[in-house]
Design a protein around this ligand. Sequence first.
Ligand code: MN
Length: 745
Amino acid sequence: MAKDETSVEEQENIARQQVLDIIANSPRCRQDEESVMMIRKAFELANDAHRGMKRKSGELYIFHPVAVARVAAEEIGLGAKSVTAALLHDVVEDTDITLGDLESLFGTKVASIVDGLTKLEGVFDQSASLQAENFRKLLVSMIEDVRVILIKLADRLHNMRTLSSMPEHKRYRIAAETLYIYAPIAHRLGLFAIKSELEDLSLKYEHPQVFAQLEEKLKINQGNYEAVINSVLGPIKERLDAQGYEYSIKARPKSIYSIWHKMQTKNVPFEEIYDILAMRIVFKPKEGVSEKAQCWNIYSIITDLYQPKPDRLRDWVSTPKANGYEALHTTVMSPSGRWVEVQIRTERMDEIAERGFAAHWKYKDGKESEIDNWINSIRQMLETAESDSMEFLDSVKLNLFSQEMMIFTPKGEVKVMPAGSTALDFAFEIHSKLGYHCIGAKVNYKLEPLSHELKSGDQVEIITSDKQTPKYEWMNFVTTLKAKTCIKEIFREERHSFIVKGEQILTDELQKRKLSINARILKKLMKTYHVATREELYFQIGRGNIKLDNIEKALTQKATSKWVKMWRLTFGVNDDDNDDEDEKEAIGMPKGKNIVLSDEAERQFTIASCCNPIPGDDVVAFVDEDDTLVLHSRRCPECIKLMSSRGDRIISAQWESHKVLSYLVVIGLSGIDRTGLVSEVTKVISMEQKVNMRSVHFESHDGVFTGSIYLYIHDAADLQTLIGKLLKIKGVDKVVRKERTDNNQ
Ligand code: MN
C-alpha cells in the first residue's frame, strides 16, 4: 500500500514538473509573476480534484489536463488565462468543484471559459441528440470567447493521441466526429498542423488497415522521394544563396489522410497521386521590399529552373484565404519527371499557417477580420437554429467547407464565397434585403438567373425589384449558411404552420387505419418519400408536396432484407451511456464483451442502403429507433454524420463468418481498347469460382474504353483478388469498386 502511494506522489511530481516546463517554454505564460502563480494554482487545484481518477490507459487523470494545457500553450500559442482554463477544463464536469469556486479563485474570464467547455447534463427527450446539443453549447460559448473552441481542439487532439486505449465503438465514434466537425473547425481557424494531425489520427482509427498500407507505401518510396527532392533542392539553394536570402527549406510527402482523401475523391490508386511531394521555402524578408514582391521573386527563381504546371499556381499572398492563410504555391516538374509542389512563405506567413490566425487575433480592437465574419455567421445561425439536431450539424458543416472562390462586386470589391455558391447566395452575402428582392444577376455583364452558379473571378451585379418577394423554393439552390438562414427566417412561421398541418393530416390518415404515429411508421414513410427528418416529412405533407395516396404500400413494405440474416456478425456491447471521450474509469468496472448475432438472434439487423457494405469492409452498426441494427460502412458519409450526432447509438461490428452467399457489387474498368478485350475480361471473371457475373456494360470511343460490371461476390477479399487479376490484362488501366450500388439493379 505504502509503495503505491509513493508512486502516485512521484507521478504527480512528474505532472507538476510538466506544468513548470510549459511555463518556461511559453513567453506568454511567464510574462508576469501573477500569470505564473495562477497557472501553478490551477494545477494544484486540478490535481487535488482529480486525485484518485485514472484514464483508460491507466495513467493518472491529471496528465490529461496538463497535456491539453501544453497543446494550448505550445501548439496553439495561447496565453496564461487559456492555460489556466485548460488545466481546469474537466473539474466542474467531473469533480465537486463548482463554477462559483473557479470564479472566486481565478476570476470570471477563466470561469466562463471552463463553463463553455463543460458538457450539459443528459436531460433531453429521446429524439434530441445530446452530442449535438453539447456541440451547440460549445458554439454559443465560442461566440463569447474564441478561446473556448481553441481549448476544445487541444482537448480533442490529446484524446485522439491517446485513443488506442478506448473500446472499439468509441474509437470509431470519436474518430468520425473529429473528422466531421473538429478537423474542419481547426482548418477554418487556420490551425493547419492540428487539423492535419486530427485527420491522420481519425483515419488511423477508422480504417487501421488502409492507414497501415499507406504508411508502408510511403516508407518504401522514401528513398525515391529523397532523391527527387535532392535533385530539385541543390540548384534552388544555390540561387537563393546568391541573392542573399535567409531561408529554410522543408520537404515532405503529403499527409496520409490527404493522400487517402485524394484517392477516394478522384478514384485513383496511390501510384497515380502525382503531387505527393511538397517543399516549403520559409524566408526572412529583406528590409525595404514588400513581402509580396519577394515571394514573387522567389517564384521567379524557381520557375527559371523548373517548368511550372500552369493550372497549379495559387496566389494567397495577394488575397489571403478566409482562415488567414498566406502563401504562394506552384507545382514544378523535377528533372526526374515527378511533380513537386513548392510553397513560398515569409516567416510571418509561416507562423500564421502553422499556428493559426485565431491565437494572434485581436478580438477587441474593433477591426473586422475574416474570423469575425465567420463568427458572426455562426451567431446568426444559432439565433435561428434548427430544432433538428442533424440538420443543425449539417448547417455548421456547410459553413466549414474549405473550398473558396473570389467574387467581385461591380465596384471591384472582393468577397470570399464557398465554391458552389449561386448568384442568390452572393446577393444575401452582401445584404439580406438584396437577397429578398433579387430577381437575377449580371455575371461578367451577362444576364443570368438567380440560380446561376458562380465561378471564382466572376464579377457580379445583383438586380433587384421591389415587387420581388422571397420564395421557399429558393432553398433548392442556395448553398451558403447566410442565405439559408435568411430564407428560413422569413418562412419560419409559415413553415411551422405547415408542419402542424402535416402532422394532423398524417394522424387522420393513420386513424382511418386504426394506427397512430410511431417511430416505425415514420421511418417507413421517410424512406418512401425520400425525406431526411420527421419535421421535413410533416412540412412536405402540410404543403401538399407529399400526397399520401400510396400510404398503404409504404406501410406494408418490409424493412429488413432476409438474406442479411444469413451472415454472422459480432457486435461490441455498448457498455455505458456516458458520452464522454475523456473516459474516467473507476477501478473494477466490467469490460465490454462482444456478442454474436446470427439467424436466431432476437434483434433484427439490416444493411444500410446508402453504402451497401459487404463482408470484409470496415463497418459499424447504428441502433435505430425501433432497435434495428443498421450496418454501415465506416466510409459512408451518412454514417459519419450519425456517429457525430448520435454516437450513443453506435456499436462496433465485425464480420465473423458467413455461409456461401453473395453480395452485389459494381466495379468500373477503364483503359485502352483492343480487339478481344471484353471477352478476356469476362473470361477472367468466369474463371473465378467464387464470383458470378450479373451484367456487363462496355463503351468505347477514340480507342479508350470504360466499363461497368455487376458481380455477385462473397467478400472484400475475393473482390480484391479479382481486381488484381483484371489489372493484369493488357490494356486494362484502372479497376475500381464503385461505392454505391443500386438496390433495384
Ligand atoms: Mn478533457
